[in-house]
Design a protein around this ligand. Structure first.
Ligand SMILES: [Zn+2]
Length: 192
C-alpha cells in the first residue's frame, strides 16, 4: 500500500492553460492549487484513502501504484477544476511516475462492480505511462511520441466546463482504456 504525497506545483504552461480554460487569473489558480495540495495531504483524506486501500480487491487491482484522494464536498474553490463525474484519474509526478487520484465521495457512492471497472480503466492509463506510450513533458501530453496537448485540452475543457465527454472518449489512450474496460465488464457480467 502506497500513499502518494501530493506535491505538484503548476508549471507556467499549466497556469496559462488553466487561466484560459476557467477564465480565472493565474494568482487564483495558484491559491486553489495550494489549498488542494493541503487538502489532499490532510490526515483526514490520507486516512480515508488508507481505508479504501485496505479493501483486498482494490489493493489487488492497483498493486504498487501510489494513490491519493480528494473530497469535492470539502472544496474551497478547486473543485471546479475536476470533471464532476470522474471517480478515479491518473496523473504523473515530477519523475514521470504514475499515481492514482480518487474522488473519495464518488468512489464510495458507486456499486462495487463500478468501483472495479473504474480502477481497471485507470490501470490501463498507468500501464500507458509506465510503458512511455503516454508521456507528460513540461505539462504537455504525448501519445506514441506525438504532442496531443491541444486535442487533450479541448477535450478536457468540454468535459470539465460543459460536462460533455464526446471528445474525451475519442482520445487514443481513452479509446484503448474504454475498449479494455468494456472487455473487463463483459467478463464480470458472465460471472455475476
Ligand atoms: Zn481514461
Amino acid at each position: 500500500m502506497k500513499i502518494h504525497n501530493y506535491e505538484i506545483t503548476p508549471s507556467e504552461n499549466d497556469l496559462n492553460e488553466g487561466a484560459g480554460m476557467f477564465g480565472e487569473p493565474k494568482g487564483k489558480i495558484i491559491e486553489h492549487c495550494k489549498s488542494f495540495v493541503e487538502h489532499t495531504n490532510s490526515s483526514e483524506i490520507v486516512s480515508l484513502i488508507k481505508t479504501l486501500l485496505d479493501i483486498a480487491v482494490v489493493n489487488s487491482i492497483i498493486k504498487d501504484t501510489p494513490v491519493c484522494g480528494y473530497d469535492t464536498d470539502q472544496d474551497t474553490g478547486w473543485g471546479k477544476y475536476f470533471p464532476s463525474g470522474q471517480v478515479v484519474a491518473v496523473d504523473v509526478d515530477e519523475n514521470s511516475a504514475p499515481y492514482i487520484m480518487v474522488n473519495i465521495r464518488l468512489f464510495c457512492q458507486i456499486p462495487t462492480q463500478k468501483k472495479l471497472i473504474s480502477l481497471v480503466h485507470e490501470m490501463v492509463h498507468v500501464e500507458q505511462f509506465k510503458s512511455k506510450r503516454m508521456q507528460k513533458v513540461s505539462g504537455n501530453i504525448f501519445w506514441l511520441g506525438d504532442n496531443w496537448n491541444e486535442e487533450f485540452n479541448r477535450a478536457q475543457q468540454e468535459l470539465i466546463v460543459n460536462d460533455n465527454d464526446q471528445l474525451y472518449r475519442k482520445l487514443p489512450w481513452e479509446v484503448e482504456a474504454y475498449y479494455l474496460e468494456n472487455k473487463f465488464e463483459e467478463k464480470l457480467a458472465k460471472i455475476a
